[in-house]
Write a protein that binds this ligand. Sequence first.
Ligand code: DI6
Ligand code: FE
Length: 400
Amino acid sequence: MSAYVLTDAVLATMNASAPYGLVPKAAVAVEGDRIAWAGPADALPPPFDGWPAERLEGRLVTPGLIDCHTHLVQGGDRAGEFEMRLEGASYEEIARAGGGIVSTVTETRKADEEALVSGALRRLDALIAEGVTTVEVKSGYGLDAETELRMLRAARRLGEARNVTVRTSFLGAHAVPPEQAGRADSYIDEVCLPALRRAAEEGLADAVDGFCESIAFDTAQIARVFDLAAELGLPVKLHAEQLSWMGGARLAASRGALSADHLEYANWEDAAEMARAGTVAVLLPGAFYTLGETQLPPVGAFRSHRVPMALATDCNPGSSPLTSLLLALNMGCTLFRMTPEEALRGVTVHAARALGLADRGRIAAGLRADLCVWDVDRPAELAYRIGFNPLHRRIVGGRT
Ligand code: DI6
Ligand code: FE
């Protein structure tokens, strides 16, 4: 088992002790895939002070970044729709006309597992190049059992092909497929729920997600999916209040969801319910930006109620073709007025919580040694620059 020390570092531990949990002139000891010790370098105790040490010359070390909401596995692209939107069509109009999610479904059904993996790897590699060490990947572009399961298998394979943790979410309740148009209830009961059972039996889903929206499913339909998730022992999360208020955030909170995501139309009372339930607010500025939204998520209400806020790319071919978590940090600050510290907590400690992972997201003894070394002087620089990648080194489970 390898054991080493990184010293002459500035640690943004993300512990609650100080802004960013900052420890200047610090050291971190790594043993195998775990952090063995972290703190001021001059307090490094035995036996760590005898381990091989590498000086980082004052570089910043953060927890490995976590992208807790992506649709990385997908067929085709939707550049044509981007052009239509620029000519004035809205996202909802395109969806209702059979474009949108449904057009990606057509392309995804045509793709075999190999093609899904190789397409997703290009996007995953872009995330990894900026320090992502854990990524969530959803199904939701199959909308039939075979293709939903194929997407999840492809997602699992991403974690074998690269040194990254992949967490999967079953998103069968993403849209009504064309062959079931107008029959959302029968789609849920006859296709989505049986597919979820199979995904659980095959160990392909770590969580269950849904899209609660006028162009997708209402709270009663999502509640049936959540009922089955509970029966199967799987945690839930929900795309909620993105384009309109549907009551999804409250439903999610009432089921103890890990997260409610998007939330532009969420309100004060939704934030209170989420706080009570410990549900993380996952904010997705890439979708807000791409769709030219003007309704801002209630960041102030989340702050007041102490709802943990996470940030993610929502990488998907329609509403957020974004493969940069650093840009999501910047957008969280410039568009949503989050502080750079909130943004960084949003892709570390709070993103870990949104995935139900207690073993990462901070720098502390006993946690996984998922770390990023950055060529920056101050942590705020990670959110401040636009289109610049200062990653010096990415360490996953102790390995560079
Ligand atoms: N909300 C989103 O932003 C994505 N899915 C969802 O439920 C969009 C997916 C797409 O347009 O392909
Ligand atoms: Fe999404």
